[in-house]
Design a protein around this ligand. Sequence first.
Ligand SMILES: [Zn+2]
Length: 59
Amino acid sequence: MEVKKSKKNNIISLKKKSKCPTCKKVSKEPFIPFCSKKCANLDLLKWLTDEHGLEIKSD
Ligand SMILES: [Zn+2]
């Protein structure tokens, strides 16, 4: 028997009609919750930067 592994990001489970968290425009498939790949990348980069920023500031 095979077990399906469904790893879904919490981001993807957001409502369909949402706004791009990066530029506040209407989200578009297949980039939801973002409006474009560019915004998705920007948000990811921002998120990663924040993560590192917190660690650096903990000094
Ligand atoms: Zn956007």
